[in-house]
Design a protein around this ligand. Sequence first.
Ligand SMILES: Nc1ncnc2c1ncn2[C@@H]1O[C@H](COP(=O)(O)OP(=O)(O)O)[C@@H](O)[C@H]1O
Ligand SMILES: [Mg+2]
Length: 253
Amino acid sequence: MTTSPPLLPLQLSDVVFEAGGKRLIKDLNCRFEAGPPSVIIGPNGAGKSLFLKLCHGMLAPMQGQVTWNDPDAVSARLNQAMVFQRPVMLRRSVSANIHYPLKLRKVGKAERVRRTEEALALAGLGRLRDHPARVLSFGEQQKLAVARAWALKPQVLFLDEPTASLDPAATHAVEELIRAIHAQGAKIIMTTHDLSQAKRIADEILFLFRGRLLERAPAAQFFEQPQNDLAQAFVKGELLWWKLGKANRKRRD
Ligand SMILES: Nc1ncnc2c1ncn2[C@@H]1O[C@H](COP(=O)(O)OP(=O)(O)O)[C@@H](O)[C@H]1O
Ligand SMILES: [Mg+2]
């Protein structure tokens, strides 16, 4: 049996994405290595979701390349997973939501059962296992979506705003789950517009604004002293910081 090379690093080279006649992701260059979580921050509409979807392969760039270390496209697809901003629950029980995607991937029965049990336990959803997934609270659904993705044993897990619209307790539970998944060896690449969450989770920050990657830095350094003027305003929480954006846009475009 041959073993696949590791999936990471992931390299994005001069990536451009356009839709509706607009350039929404502009000349993006970056590389993700294995290791602690990378967090992409930026205001609404910055292009965070598009960026993750391009990395995940759900969208194809109009220009540039997204390249995994593993050259085999099938294994690159199967070894990474993404949880979308609004995950869709299957019209099935909580445990079947984890079990069924494994079946689709032709994971053997004993292994499916084992992984489903593990994922339920990790997410603390064991007691809800037989409930229809669609009756769960938002917070529980979000935990289930993350656990379901984790059961696929991805080397890289993309999470798009995994706690948007959750209350503090549910947010805490999802963050614990993210930490547990990282501790088990998966690379976490996630987006958030919540700065305090980025501080809690990130090892490094990527600051995205209007489709451009304006700054990338170790988290402590970024929050202490962002180099980019827009990042500074964003970190300070200046409400009118987007005006600065307009001035910058004129300069840059
Ligand atoms: N399919 C699409 N067609 C046209 N515009 C899009 C499409 N998808 C996203 N956009 C626009 O691209 C920008 C970035 O979107 P998105 O990645 O969802 O931002 P974020 O996740 O940072 O809030 C937004 O202005 C959004 O309206
Ligand atoms: Mg988004």
